[in-house]
Design a protein. Sequence first.
Length: 65
Amino acid sequence: MTDPIDNLRIAVSVIWRGCGEAPPTGENLDRAAANLADALASGRKVARIDDKTFQPLYGPRRDLE
């Protein structure tokens, strides 16, 4: 089983490559993965009723990972 931080590093690399950029490496990649984790955690705190979806649901968000 992979470590969650490894999955975040992979996600960061994919995002950067998808934008046509070279992904960060080393400490910069670790920092970017930590920032992505923080952003995902913040997104989970947004109530579905407040996020302007067409069919709002209730409860914590789990679709951002």
